[in-house]
Write a protein that binds this ligand. Structure first.
Ligand SMILES: Nc1ncnc2c1ncn2[C@@H]1O[C@H](COP(=O)(O)OP(=O)(O)OP(=O)(O)O)[C@@H](O)[C@H]1O
Ligand SMILES: [Mg+2]
Length: 201
């Protein structure tokens, strides 16, 4: 029993660290890992100075109404779609894609995104896992930032372009697996399941 506990504790640390390294390798910006203390299950990582969460940035920009800042936020939506598309085409599932877990580093208008909080991350090739990731992002965006449906549509558009971009005409991820169309079809099904669940209560 004790060894299972130790094993699970080590997974808590090693999985996120491995995924962060893999993200950085594939070009998805994440904080650099400095040191992992396996005795205390502590990860020491780079503090991204001069950063603001996407959540805070959208809140700031939409304070006077969403319509007035759609053009600025459109660029942000494209950048978010690119980052998530890049992760998914390399089969990286974040597991908690909220606007608090996406940071804008440097001038927010430059839309340089870094991804944080990989505690629920995994490597999976299935359309289901990628679809659930997109669904979590949609719920997080729309529940925290009302009237941002057009932004999410822009995120999906950019996501699809990025996912397909390096994968040739097959539209599959870098290492095979699911196509962007398969992921988006699954995402629609997951959305439908979510709506039905909400109606039932
Ligand atoms: N490497 C980092 N550099 C700069 N800021 C960071 C970094 N990691 C975390 N933060 C800040 O701390 C906040 C919380 O971090 P994190 O997401 O890891 O914890 P959490 O407990 O999951 O919080 P939440 O529920 O808000 O996601 C982030 O939203 C961000 O503002
Ligand atoms: Mg978080």
């Amino acid at each position: 029993m004790l060894s299972l506990k130790i094993f699970l504790a080590s997974c808590l640390c090693t999985v996120p660290v491995a995924v962060i390294h893999y993200c950085n390798f594939t070009g998805v910006h994440c904080p650099a890992i400095y040191y992992v203390d396996m005795d205390t299950n502590t990860i020491y990582m780079e503090h991204l100075k001069d950063s603001i969460t996407v959540k805070d940035y959208i809140m700031e920009r939409t304070a006077d109404g969403v319509d007035r800042c759609m053009d600025t936020l459109q660029q942000l939506a494209i950048a978010i779609g690119q980052v998530v598309g890049m992760m998914h085409r390399n089969h990286i599932i974040h597991g908690d894609l909220t606007t608090s877990n996406l940071l804008l580093v440097g001038k927010p208008e430059d839309c340089h995104i870094a991804v944080i909080d990989f505690g629920l991350a995994s490597i999976e090739e299935t359309a289901e896992d990628k679809g659930v990731d997109l669904y979590v992002l949609e719920r997080a965006l729309l529940s925290t930032h009302p009237s941002t449906e057009p932004l999410f549509e822009a995120i999906l558009h950019s996501y699809k372009e990025t996912y397909m971009c390096s994968s040739g005409s097959s539209g599959r991820g870098n290492r095979g697996g699911t196509t962007a169309d398969e992921v988006l079809k699954k995402f629609d099904q997951i959305r439908l399941r979510g709506r039905k669940r909400n109606m039932v209560g």
